[in-house]
Design a protein around this ligand. Structure first.
Ligand SMILES: Cc1ncc(COP(=O)(O)O)c(C=O)c1O
Length: 443
C-alpha cells in the first residue's frame, strides 16, 4: 500500500466532466472515476449511467448543502479499492478474522493521523457514520433511561440528540435547551438552569444548523457543576477544527463525535475522539456493541483525508471556507433574507425566507429549478415551536471548487433572483459552475 501525496487536488484522473444525461457509460468514461469505471460500464450499464448522471448533476448545479463537499480523487480511489473485500472485526492486532495484517496498517495510520490532527489521546475511526459515532458515545457513557441534555431539534439539534423517531429519544430521557429567539444564539443561562434542574448524565453540544462557534469551555463548566459527561458532536465543524478555523472541543469534552465527510472532505463516515481514560469503553461501544466489521476501504479513505487535512493547503481551505460563508451571508442579507444569528463564524448559513414572502419548501423548489441545491431547516420561534421558513446552506463544496468572494456575490444574486421568481436563472448558474469543475482536469 503506497501513500498518496498530500495535496487535495494534486491527483486528478481524467473526468468525462459529464455534460450528458445519464447514459450507460462507455470506454470514454473510463477515466471519469478512480475505480475501474470501464469494468462497471461493461458489467452494469444501468448503474454506470447513474454514476455518470450524478457526476453531471454535481458538476452542473451549485452544491450548497452545508453537509456536502467534494472528496479528493485520492479519497475516492481508497474508497473504490479492494480493501472493501476485507472483513476486519475488532481492532488492529486483535481481529476476529485472519489476513488482517495489511488492513491493520490502514487503521493504525488512520488512528495516528486522527490523533495528531485533532490533538486527541485516542481516536476510533470505525463508526460508519456520524449517527453511529453518537450511538457509540451514548453506549459508552449511558444506560437506557438516563437523562441527557441537548439542543432541541426545532432549534438545530440532530436526530441523534433526542428525536422520538430516533434511538436516542426512544432509549434516553432527553431534555432540550434552545437558542434565544431574538438573537438566535445559544442561551447558556438556560443550559445551566436546565442542567441544575435535571442533573443529566450527559450534556451534548453540537448542531446541524448553528452557524456560530460553540463555547466548549462554558459547556465544560456546566457539565462539571452538574456532574455530567460532556459530549461534543462536531459533525459539521470537524473540518474547520482540523484546519484551525474553529475552536476545538478536544480539551474540554469527554467524548467528541464527528463525521469525516462535510467540511473535513473525507469519505462518508464517522469518528470518535476521547481521552485515554475512556478509550477502551469507546472502542467496545463501537465494536462489538453497536457495529460489526469495520469498513476498511472507508478507514483507509479516512486516513487519506486526515493526511490531506494536516496540510497548509487544507488550513487555507478552511480559512477560505469561513471567509466565503461570511461573504455569502452578507450578500444574502443584501438580497432581503434575514440571517439567523446575524451572520456566521463557520461554513454554515441559516437564512429566513419569510421577508420575501416565501415558505422554505417554495424557496427550495425555486432554487432547485435554478440549479441551486440546498436544504430547508426549522427556525426557532419565541414560543419554543419552529417555523418552516429557513434555508440552510454552506460554503464547503463551492470553496473546494475554487470559488471566492466574487463568486459568493454572484451566488447571492442568483439566489435572490430565483427566490423572486426569475425563471431564467438556471443557465446563469450553469455558466458560473462551469468555470469551477469539482474535479479539474478530468475532462
Ligand atoms: C450534528 C450532527 N450529528 C450527527 C450527524 C449524523 O451524521 P450521519 O448523517 O453521517 O449519520 C449529523 C449529520 O448531519 C450532524 O449534523
Amino acid at each position: 500500500m503506497s501513500a498518496t501525496t498530500a495535496s487535495p487536488r494534486s491527483t486528478s484522473p481524467a473526468d468525462t466532466r459529464p455534460g450528458t444525461s445519464p447514459g450507460p457509460g462507455t470506454a470514454a468514461d473510463a477515466g471519469a472515476f478512480p475505480a475501474d469505471f470501464a469494468a462497471l460500464a461493461a458489467a452494469d450499464p444501468e448503474i454506470a449511467g447513474v454514476l455518470v448522471g450524478e457526476s453531471a448533476r454535481q458538476s452542473e448545479t451549485l452544491q450548497l448543502i452545508a453537509a456536502e463537499n467534494f472528496t479528493s480523487p485520492a479519497v475516492l480511489a481508497a474508497l473504490g479499492s479492494p480493501l472493501t473485500n476485507k472483513y476486519a472485526e475488532g481492532y488492529p492486532g486483535a481481529r476476529h478474522h485472519g489476513g488482517c495484517e495489511i488492513v491493520d496498517l490502514a487503521e493504525r495510520i488512520a488512528v495516528e493521523r486522527a490523533r495528531a490532527l485533532f490533538g486527541a489521546e485516542h481516536a476510533n475511526v470505525q463508526p460508519h457514520s456520524g449517527s453511529s459515532a453518537v450511538l457509540a458515545a451514548y453506549a459508552a457513557l449511558l444506560r437506557p433511561g438516563d437523562t441527557v441534555l441537548a439542543l432541541s431539534l426545532p432549534h438545530g439539534g440532530h436526530l441523534t440528540h433526542g428525536s422520538p423517531a430516533n434511538f436516542s429519544g426512544r432509549w434516553f430521557d432527553f431534555a432540550g435547551y434552545g437558542v434565544d429567539a431574538a438573537t438566535g444564539l445559544l442561551d447558556l443561562d438556560e443550559v445551566r438552569a436546565l442542567a441544575r434542574e435535571r442533573h443529566p448524565k450527559a450534556l451534548v453540544c453540537g448542531s446541524i444548523a448553528y452557524p456560530r462557534h460553540i463555547d466548549y469551555a462554558a459547556f465544560r463548566d456546566i457539565a462539571d457543576e452538574t456532574g455530567a459527561y460532556l459530549i461534543a458532536d462536531v459533525a459539521h465543524p470537524a473540518g474547520l477544527i482540523a484546519g484551525g478555523a474553529a475552536p476545538s472541543p478536544v480539551p474540554y469534552a469527554d467524548v467528541v463525535c464527528a463525521t469525516t465527510h462535510k467540511v473535513l472532505r473525507g469519505p462518508r463516515g464517522g469518528m470518535i475522539l476521547c481521552g485515554a481514560r475512556l478509550a477502551e469503553r469507546i472502542d467496545r461501544a463501537v465494536f462489538p456493541f453497536s457495529q460489526g466489521g469495520a469498513q476498511m476501504n472507508s478507514v483507509a479513505a479516512k486516513a487519506v483525508a486526515f493526511r490531506e487535512a494536516a496540510t497548509d493547503a487544507f488550513r487555507g481551505y478552511a480559512r477560505r471556507t469561513v471567509a466565503n460563508a461570511r461573504a455569502l451571508a452578507a450578500a444574502l442579507a443584501d438580497q432581503g433574507l434575514t440571517l439567523a444569528t446575524g451572520g456566521t463564524d463557520t461554513h454554515l448559513i441559516v437564512a429566513d425566507t419569510a421577508p420575501l414572502g416565501l415558505d422554505a419548501g417554495t424557496a427550495r423548489g425555486r432554487l432547485a429549478a435554478a440549479g441551486i441545491v440546498l436544504d430547508t431547516c426549522a427556525l426557532a420561534c419565541p414560543d419554543g415551536t419552529a417555523r418552516r421558513t429557513g434555508i440552510r446552506l454552506g460554503s464547503a463544496a463551492v470553496t473546494t471548487q475554487g470559488m471566492g468572494g466574487a463568486e459568493m456575490a454572484r451566488i447571492a444574486e442568483l439566489i435572490g433572483a430565483a427566490l423572486r421568481g426569475d425563471a431564467a436563472v438556471r443557465p446563469r448558474t450553469a455558466a458560473l459552475v462551469g468555470g469551477f469543475p469539482p474535479y479539474p482536469g478530468r475532462n
